[in-house]
Design a binder for this molecule. Structure first.
Ligand SMILES: C[S@@+](CC[C@H](N)C(=O)[O-])C[C@H]1O[C@@H](n2cnc3c(N)ncnc32)[C@H](O)[C@@H]1O
Length: 210
């Protein structure tokens, strides 16, 4: 029984990997990631953190710009892909691929100038712990951009196939997230808006320079 169970789990893993590989076009680079990169505006010499970096579409842009990027990613499969991608980057020395989750970020207190996350908040399992971590790592004057595509919005091109995703994942409530970040001493604003031509949920925050 255990054997069948393990084989089933293994197959499920393979299916997931196949799913990601078939989607590689969307995860290697994406307009939504380009938009978040523009909003976060990582500058040369800054320490940037890409939470749930996936295949690193925003990580590579930030490193090219001259930021030192910690790409935090819990999936070994995704880290492998990003680690294979990294050596081909001229800015490879500025990219660190790190095992971790939003709820436990592998970076020191107050060390981060800019942090973003794209289409990953709905995967976070403990939002309160994740917000504690964001507040812990952000340096004075540091900024945060959290963006999740809003598949529940009827105008989203993937609405028909993806609209029920939220039933299986963490709900991204921009008002609640804004309040949670304010409660941790950050200035924050959450809104439902549009980015790269699709409906998104967006929360931007900063730690006052003090
Ligand atoms: C839809 S992908 C987005 C990847 C990338 N940000 C992009 O836009 O292409 C979501 C990512 O979140 C990661 N993830 C899952 N749980 C997470 C957690 N608790 N903290 C941070 N990232 C997580 C997944 O492994 C996956 O790579």
């Amino acid at each position: 029984m255990g054997h069948d169970h393990h084989r089933h789990e293994h197959d499920k893993g393979l299916r997931t990997k196949l799913h990601w590989l078939l989607q590689i076009r969307n995860f290697w680079q994406s307009d939504v990631n380009r938009e978040v990169f523009a909003m976060a505006a990582p500058a040369a010499g800054e320490h940037a953190v890409d939470v749930g970096a996936g295949m690193g579409p925003a990580t590579v842009l930030a490193a090219r710009r001259g930021a030192r990027v910690t790409a935090v990613e819990p999936s070994r499969f995704m880290r492998t892909i990003l680690s294979v991608r990294r050596p081909f980057q001229r800015a490879r020395s500025r990219i660190t691929v790190a095992d971790g989750v939003a709820e436990s970020l592998p970076v020191p207190d107050g060390s981060v100038d800019v942090l973003w996350t794209v289409n990953a908040v709905h995967h976070w399992v403990d939002l309160e712990a994740a917000f504690d971590e964001l507040a812990r790592v952000l340096a004075p004057g540091g900024r945060i951009v959290l963006m999740d595509e809003d598949f529940t919005h009827p105008d989203h091109p993937k609405h028909a196939t993806h609209h029920d995703h939220e039933q299986e994942t963490t709900i991204v409530d921009v008002v609640a997230i804004e309040a949670a970040l304010r409660a941790r001493g950050l200035e924050a604003a959450g809104e439902k808006t549009e980015a790269a031509g699709v409906p998104v949920k967006l929360i931007r925050a900063t730690r006052p320079a003090g």
